[in-house]
Design a protein around this ligand. Structure first.
Ligand code: CA
Length: 229
């Protein structure tokens, strides 16, 4: 179930540091992508958007600041939290780091456990359901740790795809998801599925939600996709 695992991109040119981070984050259940420079990092973001980016400041060619700036000016990527790593611990640099739009800042040498905690915090903000939190929307609850969802205190009988669909919707109530975005999130990028499949599973999810009473909480947005609420 790769799609429920939070995805962290590490952009760091020093292989030893990159590997320590990747090892520790993988042990915590994160899915990891690694880039050795800024350009590779930007490519990965475009191809397989991460939930959190750990970005080193000092990189060859395109610097961490520049990578951060580019990601934060683009509407498609600006919501991805960035934790910036830097060898410079002076306050001036810290302020400058935050002005580039980085969401957090960790000075080197850092403690791995502290950095892990920061990554978890950002991942929870970006994708609450991936971190095993209980999500609520009106009379619906969903818990990714116990794998249970309820409506009006009645347990919903959902297939794995419907469960992932509902958890995606519940992460961001009101957000309109296109069929392609839902395919990426729920089915994963490596699987070829027709966009009509999305309609079929949304239909099943609606049925399950309405069985336990209440109105249809999923909105069809013509020409755009679906939203919860
Ligand atoms: Ca570096």
């Amino acid at each position: 179930m790769a799609t429920t695992q939070p995805h962290v991109l590490i952009v760091e040119d020093e292989p030893a540091q990159r590997e320590v981070l990747a090892y520790n984050l993988e042990a915590e259940g994160f899915r990891i992508s690694q880039a050795a420079d800024g350009e590779e990092g930007l490519l990965i973001v475009a191809e397989d958007a991460p939930d959190v980016i750990v970005l080193d400041w000092m990189l060859p060619a395109v610097s961490g600041i520049e990578v951060c700036r580019r990601l934060k000016i683009s509407a498609e990527t600006r919501q991805i939290p960035i934790i910036m790593l830097s060898a410079k611990s002076e306050d001036v640099d810290k302020v400058r780091g935050l002005e580039t739009g980085a969401d957090d800042y960790v000075a080197k040498p850092y403690s791995v456990s502290e950095l892990m905690a920061r990554v978890r915090l950002q991942a929870r903000r970006a994708r609450p359901s991936s971190m095993g939190e209980e999500l609520r929307f009106q009379d619906i609850t969903l818990n990714t740790e116990t794998y249970r969802a309820t409506r009006q205190d009645t347990e919903l009988k959902l297939g794995p795809t419907e469960f992932r669909l509902l958890s995606t919707f519940m992460e961001k109530p009101g957000r309109v998801w296109s069929r392609d975005q839902l395919l990426d999130r729920v089915w994963g990028r490596d699987i070829y599925v027709d966009t009509r499949t999305v309609d079929v599973h949304v239909g099943r999810l609606r049925k399950a939600l309405m069985k336990s009473g209440g109105e249809d909480p999923i909105r069809t947005v013509r020409g755009a996709g679906y939203a919860l609420g």
